[in-house]
Design a protein around this ligand. Structure first.
Ligand code: NAD
Length: 430
């Protein structure tokens, strides 16, 4: 089938590769011509393990191509996947202007019956609106089936999540459209749940709301563990053997970030507010998450007895390992908090770049973690990149001015760090 993927960000690029792998002729369409140029030349412009090789493979085979020419791409499409961004507006509702613009482009340029698949995370009712937006842009009436198909991939393991999903949710009014989408994904080895579009849209928000709640639950509990001198990681291990709880995301730290959890929880809360319905658990989830970077930063400030003129090394900028994505990263809040308190800040990340080059106070960006740590009064680990576990901490300890180490991801072995002479504190680990 001729498939167009609109928006070649994390989700769109992964989808384009998946659909090429499933044997379709795929065109990645984006209005950002820089991204298009880089993808077409075989360069993945973001960090996602293993995916650049796959990109080159399908470009080379000729089953995948990238373009900025919407008219031509849409005219030949049999199915279009909308993967454009839906960032949060200041009031917490998602900005649907990109989705609306993409819908109008589809309406303007489509030449025959189309299956339109909504992968972007959008509020309940949007898929129905997309159908209206497409129709109202059509020069002449043509049939269109709009299907909601929320995406659950995680940055850092996008290819694995796309090729081996744990479920596929299809929200369709027309059962034939649901079957057409199912066939596009064949072979499928996971449960497929077919619902109406609104339910499918809600599934995505409910999933991210619940996952965010898990993180805030253990983070809030870590504060009590600190007071009671209890190791929260051991508590976490103890409860996670219960299959109803499970181990994933049950690790205390500086809080969640990224392009999804913060904005999707805000969007769900905004939807609830519009319908005069209070989601008080999620309100608290957000509150815990907003205060968690400050809670961990306070450990460092207390440990140093103030920050003025002190040099602090921050390890990790990305919101999680194996990605260069710093959107809503709690690490940035910690860096800003340090800079605002007049600390000298040295940052390191294996792949992510410091994203705020225009702000007044700037950290020193270091090419190596050892460089950031040498001569520092304290260090704070903000992203649990595996390479930080492999550093020679014994040697690093000798290069630091004061050996205060705050482990914002409970990544390193507390006892080992202490035996090397560090004043080590984790989150809910004393
Ligand atoms: P992104 O910001 O990385 O990419 C969006 C792309 O859409 C950009 O390249 C932009 O130039 C392009 N675009 C905007 N308007 C366009 C138009 N009219 N025509 C063509 N291209 C257009 O976004 P992302 O992280 O890939 O997320 C996309 C959607 O998927 C969002 O709704 C997000 O919530 C959802 N999602 C993201 C993830 C994730 O891990 N990133 C996971 C699941 C779902």
């Amino acid at each position: 089938m001729n498939v167009v993927v609109m928006g070649t960000g994390y989700v769109g690029t992964t989808m384009a590769l998946l659909l090429a792998e499933r044997g379709h002729r795929v065109t990645g369409l984006d209005k950002d011509l820089d991204k298009i140029g880089r993808l077409q030349s075989g360069s993945l412009y973001f960090h996602e393990p293993g995916m650049e090789r796959i990109l080159r493979q399908y470009l080379h085979r000729g089953s995948l191509t990238f373009t900025g020419n919407a008219e031509e791409a849409i005219a030949h499409a049999e199915a279009i996947f909308i993967c454009v961004g839906t960032p949060a507006l200041p009031d917490g509702t998602p900005d649907l202007s990109y989705v609306r613009e993409a819908s109008a482009m589809i309406g303007r340029h489509m030449k025959s019956h189309l299956l339109v698949v909504v992968k972007s995370t959008v509020p309940v009712g949007t898929s129905e609106n997309i159908a209206r937006w497409i129709r109202s842009a059509q020069p002449e009436p043509l049939e269109v089936d709009v299907v909601s198909n929320p995406e659950f991939l995680r940055e850092g393991s996008a290819w694995q999540d796309a090729t081996q999903p744990d479920r596929i949710i299809i929200g369709a009014r027309n059962p034939q459209a649901a079957w057409r989408l199912r066939n596009l994904y064949e072979p499928i080895y996971c449960p497929v749940l077919v619902t109406d579009p609104s339910t499918a849209e809600m599934v995505k928000y409910a999933a991210n709301g619940f996952l965010a709640a898990k993180i805030s639950f253990i983070n809030e509990l870590s504060r009590l563990c600190d007071k009671l001198n209890i190791n929260v990681d051991e508590v976490s291990a103890g409860i996670c053997y219960d299959s109803r709880i499970g181990p994933s995301l049950m690790k205390a730290g500086i809080g969640y970030g990224g392009s999804c959890f913060p904005k999707d929880v805000s969007a769900l809360l905004a939807t609830a507010k519009q319908h005069n319905c209070r989601l008080s658990i999620l309100e608290r989830v957000v509150r815990v998450n907003e205060t968690q970077p400050g809670y961990v930063l306070d450990k460092l400030i207390r440990g140093l007895g103030g920050l003025d003129g002190k040099t602090v090394a921050v390890l990790g900028l990305a919101f999680k390992p194996n990605t260069d994505d710093t959107r809503e990263s709690p690490s940035l809040r910690i860096v800003r908090g340090l800079l605002n308190r007049r600390a000298k800040v040295r940052v390191h990340d294996p792949v992510a770049k410091w994203p705020q080059a225009r702000s007044k106070r700037q950290p020193e960006v270091c090419a190596a973690a050892e460089q950031a740590l040498a001569g520092a009064d304290a260090a704070i680990l903000c992203t649990d990149w595996p390479e930080y576990g492999r550093l020679d901490w014994g040697s690093i300890r000798k290069t630091m001015r004061t050996p205060l180490f705050i482990d914002g991801r409970n990544m390193l072995d507390a006892e080992k760090m202490k035996s090397l002479g560090f004043r080590y504190e984790g989150v809910g680990i004393q």
